[in-house]
Design a protein around this ligand. Structure first.
Ligand SMILES: Cc1cc2nc3c(=O)[nH]c(=O)nc-3n(C[C@H](O)[C@H](O)[C@H](O)COP(=O)(O)O)c2cc1C
Length: 205
């Protein structure tokens, strides 16, 4: 049975355009692969705290050495990592806010990047430990950025996922969503067509 993990990071929860595209991807995937276990975390409803010194230092301690908050935060990190570890496929809703990714998604990234757990340093450089997965990113933007130097999200997200071992990453863009109704409608149609085209090549493991 395939395991599909969906992460939404729109401020608007399931009403966000990126969340709606993620939902479409998931619906189509489940139609084609009914024997799939689907889990979703919506970071608008279930945010992950901002990383701070106490939390990050707690990651490096044993349970006996951790204080109560460090135990709680490390358990949350372990739980989020386990969700990624068991997933074969990740679907991430990625809105653009103020030229960057949502801070909620950055916090989720901060909680799943753990030395010795999701990546390790070797003499040859860092090695990601969450290998053999495929990630689909549903990117929603008010303006037009894909393929330009102003698209800071694509490289960052690709690099981050690659750092923890997820190197097979596909982006679906819905851009120009704040550039009038016609442009918005066209962008969403194009993104849905892209999702459809991905379904013909996506294979359940
Ligand atoms: C707080 C905020 C900041 C935004 N900043 C940008 C931006 O920097 N560039 C851009 O193209 N669109 C920007 N937008 C538009 C969003 O990218 C667009 O509304 C997109 O649909 C957001 O995804 P969502 O609907 O999944 O939340 C911003 C929207 C909000 C609410």
């Amino acid at each position: 049975m395939a395991q599909l993990l969906q992460i939404n990071s729109s401020l608007f929860g399931e009403n966000g355009q990126s969340s709606q595209l993620s939902r479409k991807f998931v619906e189509r995937f489940l139609q084609a692969n009914p024997d799939t276990h689907h889990t979703v975390r919506d970071l608008a409803d279930q945010p992950v705290p901002h990383l701070d010194a106490e939390i990050v230092m707690g990651f490096g301690l044993s349970d006996e050495q951790r204080n109560g908050r460090q135990i709680e935060m490390t358990a949350l990190s372990d739980q989020l990592i386990e969700g990624v570890k068991v997933a074969d496929i990740l679907v991430i809703g990625l809105p653009m806010y103020n030229f960057s990714l949502p801070s909620t998604l950055k916090s989720w990234f901060d909680f799943i990047a753990r030395a010795g757990v999701t990546f390790k340093y070797t003499e040859q450089g860092p090695v990601g430990l969450l290998q053999g997965k495929k990630a689909y990113i549903m990117a929603a933007r008010g303006g037009l950025y894909a393929g330009t130097e102003y698209d800071t999200q694509t490289a960052m997200v690709q690099h981050f996922l690659g750092f923890i071992g997820i190197t097979d990453v596909e982006f679906v863009y819905a851009e120009g969503l704040n550039m009038g109704n016609d442009t918005k409608e066209q962008a969403i149609n194009d993104a849905e067509l892209k999702i459809d085209s991905l379904m013909s090549v996506v294979r359940s493991p």
